[in-house]
Each structure stands twice: as structure tokens, then as C-alpha cells.
Design a protein around this ligand. Structure first.
Ligand SMILES: NC(=O)c1ccc[n+]([C@@H]2O[C@H](COP(=O)([O-])OP(=O)(O)OC[C@H]3O[C@@H](n4cnc5c(N)ncnc54)[C@H](O)[C@@H]3O)[C@@H](O)[C@H]2O)c1
Ligand SMILES: O=C(O)C[C@H](O)C(=O)O
Length: 340
């Protein structure tokens, strides 16, 4: 049995992501949890003729008036192999991702408490923003419960990779499906660091092109927030990116495929898989996105940054203070909170 769970499944990302997971034939059970509408989304998806059995769960009603299942989160999470979290509010124009911390930190902390209790061995994929802080929040909650495994918790930065392929190809004329650009660092503005010097297949951009492309990849999220004009942020492209990363995790951990490499924002404490080497290169940050090789137990190897250009070194230097602050904010939120 391979159970995938989506927490925040009725939202703008949650619905198309759940659809794509329903189409993934490695998944045999798909559990959808949200504070609203998840049974409806589950009923709808359950008519698709793929193997996954779909169920929808809600929290217990606040007034206790309805005869709803008592513990939706527990039932959703029990026996999960993979948990994907797109729960939380999205940006409106003029906001930074860090502005979402006030609401989303508490949501993510409470969901992490459920994961610690009901699915401590699951692979956890965090989409909720601000990713630079929500991943440390999840890790700290799992640590408090004694169940944190740094090889199993991932901040999903795949949308940055997807955008980098699309935007660079629009300049070079290459097939975007075949282009890979490692995007390292974090997932907000200047913490997003595209390594265009390592683009595959290789391509030489002018310095002007490099600067324009870097800016566009770093602030690609803002393009969508602006175009949606108050109706949220990227949902469809994020669902595709999230499903791609989930599929990579499933292919590595269930099917045993080797050699899958995807950048992701992870805890660098896993020294046995190369975390220390990356940590040394990024001024001792505890979390960072680098090329991650996936294996049957999750993170198999955290690849070093490799040769990077002077321009990219400057991007890294500019990213470090913001990443440090975002990480500390997440860690302190759990350390200072009482509701665990
Ligand atoms: N990592 C990325 O690259 C990336 C990309 C796009 C969006 N995001 C982030 O993803 C999050 C979701 O975006 P969206 O557009 O889907 O928002 P949305 O508002 O459309 O959906 C969010 C869903 O979360 C649900 N929710 C709220 N509190 C919950 C809780 N306690 N438990 C379960 N579900 C809960 C809501 O009911 C809603 O259905 C935002 O924080 C957004 O910034 C991240
Ligand atoms: O921009 C946002 O707020 C959503 C997401 O992080 C994105 O990169 O599209």
C-alpha cells in the first residue's frame, strides 16, 4: 500500500495537485484533508479510473453539532507514506512571503504535530509559504516529538526549477523539457539562486541575459501574484511542480529508482549524506536548497554547489542573511510556542 496525503487539499494548489496524484499509478490510496470541502473534492476525484482509492477528511465540527468523523487529521495521516502540505494563505500584491508567516506558521505547526503523532515515518513535502521558515517549523515540531529524520523532510522549491527551465529556454530557443538549471538557496526573492553557469545542456548567456534571467527566476512568483490581482498566487504551475517532486520521491522510495536528482530545501544536519560540506559552504546555515540525490530512504546525498561563477557567489552572499533570519524565525516560533 502506498498512501499519499494532501493537507490543504481543497485549495488552489491542493485540488489540481490531488488530481495529479490521483493520476500517479504508484499511489494506491489518496487521503485529502482540509478544513473545508475535502469530502467533495475526494468524491469528485474518486470517479477517475486509476488505482488510488480516494478519501476526504475534515476536522471535527467546532460546535460538535454534526456527526462528522472525530479526528479527520488522524484518519488522513495514519499509514501515510507521503504527506504533501499546501495548506495556508497565499500572497496578495504588495506582500512578501514572510508576511504570510503570521497565519501560516501556526497552521503548519499544528499539521506537523499531527504528522509527529500519526505518520512519523512519512516523507513530508512542504509547499506552504514562507518555505524558508515553514520547513524549520516542521523539523522543530518533529524534533520535539523525537521523530525528526532530516532525510525525510523537504521544502518544495521545484517551481523555481520549472520556471528556470521555461525562462532560460525562451531566450536560448532550447526545448524547455530538456533544460535543467540547478536553483539553490531558498524560496523567496534574493534567496532563490539560479546557477545558470551549470545549465544543462550547456549554454552561454551574455551577462545582461544572465542578470535579466536571474531577476525573472527570483521574482517569478510576483509575476503571477500581480497578474492574479488579489486572487492568490501560482496554483496550477505549483501543482505540476509539486506532483513532479512527489513523483520523484515515490520513484526513489517505492520503486527503488536510483540517480534521481532534484533540488530541494532540506536540513543540513544529515552529515552522513553530505550535509556538513554544504553547510560549510553556506556560512553554517542549518537549511539550504541544493541538488539532492534521492534514494530508497529519502535524501541519499546532498550534492555540493560545485563550481559557481563570481556573479553566483555574490548572489549567495546576498541570500545568506535573509535565509539565516528566516530560519531563526521558524525555529524560535516553535521554541517559544506552547501548543505542541
Ligand atoms: N512552495 C512554492 O513554490 C509555492 C508556490 C505557490 C504557493 N505556495 C504557497 O502554498 C500555500 C497555499 O496556496 P493556495 O494558492 O493553494 O492557497 P488557497 O487559499 O487556495 O488554499 C489553501 C488551502 O489550505 C486550507 N487550510 C487552511 N488552514 C488549514 C489547516 N489548518 N489544515 C488544512 N487545510 C487548511 C484552506 O482551507 C485552503 O483550502 C500558500 O502559503 C502559498 O504561498 C507555495
Ligand atoms: O509567489 C508566491 O507567493 C507563491 C510561490 O511561492 C511562487 O513562487 O509562486
Amino acid at each position: 500500500m502506498v498512501k499519499a496525503v494532501v493537507l490543504g487539499a481543497a485549495g488552489g494548489i491542493g485540488q489540481p495537485l490531488s488530481l495529479l496524484l490521483k493520476l500517479n499509478e504508484v499511489v494506491t490510496e489518496l487521503a485529502l484533508y482540509d478544513i473545508v470541502n475535502s469530502p467533495g473534492v475526494a468524491a469528485d476525484l474518486s470517479h477517475i479510473n486509476t488505482p488510488a482509492k480516494v478519501t476526504g477528511y475534515l476536522p471535527p465540527p467546532k460546535d460538535g453539532s454534526k456527526n462528522a468523523p472525530n479526528d479527520g487529521l488522524k484518519n488522513a495521516l495514519t499509514n501515510a507514506h507521503l504527506v504533501v502540505i499546501p495548506a495556508g494563505v497565499p500572497r496578495k500584491p504588495g506582500m512578501t512571503r514572510d508576511d504570510l508567516f503570521k497565519i501560516n506558521a501556526g497552521i503548519v505547526r499544528d499539521l506537523a504535530t499531527g504528522i509527529a503523532q500519526y505518520s512519523p515515518d512519512a516523507y513530508v513535502l512542504v509547499i506552504s509559504n514562507p518555505v524558508n521558515s515553514t520547513v524549520p517549523i516542521i523539523a522543530e515540531v518533529l524534533k520535539k516529538h523525537g521523530v525528526f529524520n532530516p532525510k525525510r523532510v523537504f521544502g518544495v522549491t521545484t517551481l523555481d526549477i520549472v520556471r528556470a527551465s521555461t525562462f532560460t529556454s525562451s531566450v536560448s530557443g532550447a526545448d524547455p523539457r530538456k533544460v535543467r538549471v540547478p536553483v539553490v538557496g531558498g524560496h523567496s526573492g534574493v534567496t532563490i539562486i539560479p546557477l545558470l553557469s551549470q545549465i544543462s545542456p550547456p549554454h552561454s548567456y551574455t551577462q545582461d541575459e544572465i542578470e535579466l534571467l536571474t531577476q525573472r527566476i527570483q521574482f517569478g512568483g510576483d509575476e503571477v501574484v500581480k497578474a492574479k490581482d488579489g486572487a492568490g498566487s501560482a496554483t496550477l504551475s505549483m501543482a505540476q511542480a509539486g506532483a513532479r517532486f512527489a513523483s520523484s520521491i515515490l520513484n526513489a522510495t517505492v520503486k527503488g529508482e536510483s540517480g534521481i536528482i532534484e533540488p530541494s530545501y532540506v536540513c543540513l544536519d544529515a552529515d552522513s549524506v553530505g550535509g556538513k560540506q554544504v553547510k560549510n559552504a553556506v556560512n553554517e546555515l542549518d537549511y539550504f536548497s541544493s541538488n539532492i540525490e534521492l534514494g530508497k530512504n529519502g535524501v541519499e546525498k546532498i550534492h555540493p554547489l560545485g563550481n559557481i561563477s563570481e556573479y553566483e557567489k555574490n548572489l549567495l552572499e546576498a541570500a545568506i542573511p535573509e535565509l539565516k533570519a528566516n530560519i531563526s524565525k521558524g525555529i524560535s516560533f516553535v521554541a517559544d510556542g506552547s501548543k505542541l
